[in-house]
Design a binder for this molecule. Sequence first.
Ligand code: ADP
Ligand code: MG
Length: 338
Amino acid sequence: MTPEIGIDLGTASVLVYVKNKGIVMNEPSVVAIDTTTGNVLAVGEEARLMIGRTPGSIIAIRPLREGVISDYQVTEKMLKYFIEKVTGGVSMFKFFKPKVMVCVPSGVTEVEKRAVIDATMEAGAREVFLIEEPIAAAIGAGIEISKPNGCMVVDVGGGTTDIAVISLGGIVESTSIKVAGDTFDEAITRYMRKNHSMLIGERTAEEIKKTIGTAYPREEEVFMEIRGRNLVTGLPELREISSTEMLSALKECVVQIADAVHSVLEKTPPELSADISDKGILMTGGGSLLWGLDKLIQKRTGIEAYVAEDTVSCVARGTGEALNSLKYMSHNSYKKKY
Ligand code: ADP
Ligand code: MG
């Protein structure tokens, strides 16, 4: 039997799902490159640990992140590395000739899609399909997308938030905004600089977000001690910050997400929006774990919003499972390439 593989090529992380095996890989989409030779030095977690810690000649980049997609060759190298990693070498992959479905971020260009397809084919796939993220997310969350029922998916990733209304296996109404997990980190960094005269690194900002990040007022305030560099003295310093501060730091970006959800609902045909208010809004992606984001969307729309059970791996699983449901999917939700 042909193995079936689903790859969630995200702006923040790459997950690989193999049918009957489950998620076999989950690594950050980061590549470390030696700028003098152009060689790839490390990929994935190993490369992530280098972010902000590299000497002059090495850079750690996220090839799919908003604005940095310029180098599609790096994307290709990264994808190849991951495929080889899960298959234990190209030869085995070639021997079994799997069918591969890849979910690409909504912002990627045609050139990058081409690079993804080429890299996957070159790694030995027999057939490659590309799928839109909201469709994959819905399938992964167990929604029967082939039914004439409307469902709404809000996927908050690293680089983009994708909002879509799905019915009969296709996207009826959608939007994608460049406000997501990375934007939250940047907002926190800005807040710390402005209100605490403190410089913090990218990874510290993410840690703050995951620990005390807040999108909706909490009943009980939480605190965290963080380390950064005082901009005035230039020395390292320890500071305690609160979730209430994070609420004000993140307010602007989370409101943009809630507004975008609202505007998609406004454009949705009434029959479908009735279905949505019946079943609720499904939230997926790592960014949906930001504390209170579901509550905020619920408040803004009056419709219950719920985070998918395994929100981080939902898209990868849906991507793999989509290979079984091609006949139920509309042709604009996936593309087949040889
Ligand atoms: P992509 O699909 O673009 O690769 P993911 O769905 O993997 O993105 O989500 C990555 C984003 O989710 C990152 O910005 C990460 O910081 C964020 N994230 C992960 N866990 C949490 C959490 N517990 N709270 C808030 N944000 C989180
Ligand atoms: Mg994603």
